[in-house]
Design a protein around this ligand. Sequence first.
Ligand SMILES: [Zn+2]
Ligand SMILES: [Zn+2]
Length: 117
Amino acid sequence: MQAENSSDFRQLYYLQFHFQRHAHPPWSLQVLKQKILHHGSLFDLTEAYGLNSSRTDDSTSQECVICLCNNKETIAKPCKHVSMCSGCAQVVFNSEKKCPVCRQTISEIIPFQVVTV
Ligand SMILES: [Zn+2]
Ligand SMILES: [Zn+2]
């Protein structure tokens, strides 16, 4: 197995905004799409993270389900669950490698940052 060179890591964001134009400022921006390109795979973060869902819904809460203090900042491959911060994801990935949401074996942890406006 080959170690992953950090320079190989590419994370791109495809952002699509809905710009609401009023006669006067402040104008508002609404994030419609957020995608990450990671080693040739495109992840729809809007779908994975549920950005369009209500923020008060428990299932889309932004806290890591393990430590309950850091924000979620990783996507588990292949199930695409967003549930852990990077620290907890590393611990899980180095031990049981099971997604805390669906118990699927995790093949890769993809870090990301949510862009909010
Ligand atoms: Zn955590
Ligand atoms: Zn999962």
